[in-house]
Ligand binder design. Structure first.
Ligand SMILES: [Zn+2]
Ligand SMILES: [Zn+2]
Length: 109
């Protein structure tokens, strides 16, 4: 997939999100509002990877949480054995719990 195709896919994804939800996308972990420029779209399914992705194949994250998610996911054989969608959902709820228990001043730590 070229970067141009990926950009088009992101634009289409954003339009679909606004249409369906009537608001801007937010990070799945920290609820930070995302823009086309700042959002990372994570693949929760690779079945249609390469430009044929459906709306529900992608999940929005801020760059920091996307990195954090992959930091755990890519190194964990347990998560690798699960379906990508199930692993992502579990990781999201784990990261959300971590976030909500962390002190607010730890944002940049
Ligand atoms: Zn986030
Ligand atoms: Zn990802």
């Amino acid at each position: 997939m070229t970067s141009e195709q990926w950009l088009q896919l992101r634009v289409a994804w954003f339009l679909t999100f606004r249409e369906r939800k009537g608001r801007e996308p937010q990070c799945a972990v920290c609820d930070k509002p995302l823009t086309l420029r700042s959002a990372h779209l994570h693949h929760v399914a690779y079945d249609r990877f390469g430009g044929k992705e459906r709306f529900e194949d992608l999940m929005p994250f801020c760059p920091a949480d996307h990195e954090l998610l992959h930091g755990v996911f890519d190194r964990s054989s347990g998560y690798q054995r699960m379906s990508r969608r199930a692993a992502t959902l579990q990781l999201v709820s784990r990261l959300r719990r971590l976030r909500s228990s962390a002190p607010a001043t730890n944002d940049h730590g």
